[in-house]
Write a protein that binds this ligand. Structure first.
Ligand SMILES: [Ca+2]
Length: 306
């Protein structure tokens, strides 16, 4: 079933006009100051808002929540390099690029239009809408950080809420390097699917890695959860920890999948949040549209000591 997804991605790569060959240095130096102040002023992220104080907590209380700009994963302390809390009223053009369909053009291999109108920022959330347009054509959107932000290694996390509707699926993923280049190796390019709801009809979710293009030489690794109806109700966090030795995946901060026996891609990749239509994920009941994938925030980190 991944073939359909991957074919779409190949076309997305073409539309991105070089995403697949992007090897520029990470722009993290432009993003070294996380936008914690904005959240503090807004006040909508109270559970993670930094305590702007240097006063030590009393010794007999629980440790304070780490401030928004840092995160500890295992023994690694990470410092934030990029985030979007989606607290405004529109997508931030300094952070996101949308590879829009031209007019009514549907890319070969895809089954829907991609339109910026379907990326809604409301009530502190990104709402990625799937619907039929006035002509009855499926329309949704993918947003990516192409030419805005990219990073090699680190911790990449999003807090998301997925729909249990079949016929389309949501995803948080990354495109890195020359993924289509067929050389038997993922060291020159890889697609990292942090989370996808390809198994929505069985209430499963998956992580995946793909390399060497989307043709017959494509190599894929994937992990699929057991049936997890809980992941289709309410908010959950999904992350990949990308180190020089491993890709480690997490759901709600609990490790779910670790890949260490492939060459690790060493250059920056871009972030993508998307919905895609495809009845291979189950029948599409258009009477239930519009529907949404929700993203509360996206946060990216690098080890603090590097
Ligand atoms: Ca390759």
């Amino acid at each position: 079933m991944k073939r359909f997804f991957s074919l779409f991605l190949a076309l997305l790569l073409l539309a991105l006009g070089g995403c697949g060959t992007k090897t520029a240095a990470p722009s993290v130096t432009e993003q070294t100051e996380p936008q914690a102040a904005a959240q503090t002023e807004n006040g909508t992220q109270t559970e993670t808002a930094p305590a702007q104080t240097t006063a030590p907590a009393p010794a007999d209380t629980e440790p304070a929540e780490p401030e928004l700009g840092t995160k500890k994963v295992g023994n690694t302390v990470y410092k934030m390099t990029f985030n979007d809390e989606f607290d405004g009223d529109a997508l931030d053009p300094d952070k996101w690029y949308i590879p829009e369909s031209k007019g009514d053009e549907i890319w070969e291999g895809a089954s829907h239009l991609i339109k910026s109108s379907e990326a809604l920022v409301q009530e502190g959330e990104l709402r990625i809408r799937s619907r039929l347009n006035e002509k009855g054509t499926p329309v949704t959107v993918a947003i990516c950080t192409l030419d805005k932000f990219s990073q090699a290694y680190g911790y990449f996390e999003a807090r998301m809420k997925f729909s249990s509707m079949t016929g389309w699926w949501g995803a948080f993923w990354m495109m890195c390097g020359d993924m289509p280049h067929v050389d038997g190796s993922p060291a020159d390019g890889i697609e990292i699917d942090v989370i996808e709801t390809c198994g929505v009809k069985d209430k499963k979710v998956n992580h995946a890695l793909h390399w060497d293009g989307y043709g017959p030489e494509e190599v894929s690794r994937s992990w699929e959860s057991d049936s997890r109806p809980d992941l289709y109700t309410g908010w959950h966090t999904y992350a990949v920890e990308w180190t020089k030795d491993a890709y480690i995946f997490y759901i709600d901060e609990k490790e779910t999948w670790r890949v260490t026996d492939i060459e690790i891609y060493p250059l920056p990749g871009v972030l993508i949040l998307s919905n895609q239509f495809g009845e291979w994920t189950g029948p599409l009941d258009t009477s239930k549209l519009p529907d949404y994938t929700y993203v509360d925030w996206v946060r990216v980190y690098l080890p603090a000591e590097e």
